[in-house]
Design a protein around this ligand. Structure first.
Ligand SMILES: Nc1ncnc2c1ncn2[C@@H]1O[C@H](COP(=O)(O)OP(=O)(O)O)[C@@H](O)[C@H]1O
Ligand SMILES: [Mg+2]
Length: 258
């Protein structure tokens, strides 16, 4: 498909480790439309983080083609926002300064944008708070706002809600969907939580390890906000789970949903 914002073809990545070569990614093909929300699910070690780091430009040692807006990715840049499992905030900076990062809040445009983002991630009133005064979910919302400050073309999220309790996680999933619907940011969201993958993804990319590869890609044709207890949701969840059960490997923890 041409016109896709992100085009990944014939992507292979091998690590050389003391135990020998590890094929982290084997022949990955994936195109992502502008504005699409794609979730990537798979067990630990199937190459999810490696894939995201390559798209982020944090790892350029691979073979194959990875194009963002038609251009090869040569390194990190402001077109690509990255969110890790931990918020990685600066403890000595307030919420608003963490969001502004190295830009000055004295610049009216920066200040206006930071205020907008604080609104968007629902942190009004906490502008002057420090990270130690925030809950895990609030801290992660600061990280999301920071990643959105420069209007990235694509937001890469590596298990961003993995460390949060189930209620906070489910709340942040809704906050993220709201942001996605308002901003239209293209998102690649990595998770090992089956419910999360089905709740958020327009498509779910199912990966398996040894070597890391895409097993299948399922479209989730359900309107947002999805009802987790609904039969259509449960059916999609079952379809995704089926993809894993086809594998001759012990089943890992794909549950843990809400
Ligand atoms: N820096 C590294 N050096 C050697 N092997 C690595 C490195 N990073 C990841 N790997 C290996 O590559 C595979 C994929 O890892 P990763 O992308 O972190 O998986 P996931 O995020 O799905 O858990 C694993 O087998 C892992 O051990
Ligand atoms: Mg990982």
């Amino acid at each position: 498909m041409s016109g896709d914002m992100l085009m990944i073809s014939d992507l292979n990545k091998t690590f050389v480790a003391p135990v020998g070569e590890i094929i982290a990614l084997n022949n990955i093909q994936l195109n992502v439309r502008k504005g699409e929300l794609v979730t990537i699910i798979g067990p630990s070690g199937c190459g999810k983080s490696t894939l995201l780091k390559i798209v982020a430009g944090l790892d350029t040692q691979y073979t194959g083609t990875v194009l963002l807006n038609g251009k090869p990715i040569v390194g990190p840049s402001i077109e690509k926002g990255f969110i890790f499992q931990e918020p990685r905030l600066f403890p000595w900076l307030t919420v608003e300064k963490n969001i502004a990062a190295n830009l000055s809040l004295r610049d009216v445009n920066v200040r206006r944008k930071v205020e907008e983002l604080i609104d968007l991630v629902r942190l009004k009133g906490f502008e002057k708070s420090y990270p130690r005064e925030l809950s895990g979910g609030m801290a992660q919302r600061v990280a999301i706002a920071r990643a959105l400050l420069r209007n990235p073309d694509v937001l890469l999220l590596d298990e961003p809600f993995g460390a949060l309790d189930a209620f906070t996680r489910s709340h942040l999933q809704e906050v993220l969907l709201d942001i996605w619907q308002r901003n239209g940011t293209t998102m690649l969201f990595v998770t090992h939580d089956l419910d999360e993958a089905v709740f958020l993804g327009e498509r779910v990319v199912i990966m398996n390890p040894h070597p890391g590869h895409i097993r299948s890609i399922l479209s989730i044709d359900l309107p947002f906000l999805r009802k987790r207890s609904g039969s259509a949701f449960q059916e999609m969840r079952r379809l995704v789970l089926n993809e894993f059960e086809k594998v001759d490997e012990p089943l890992y923890d794909v549950g843990g949903g809400i």
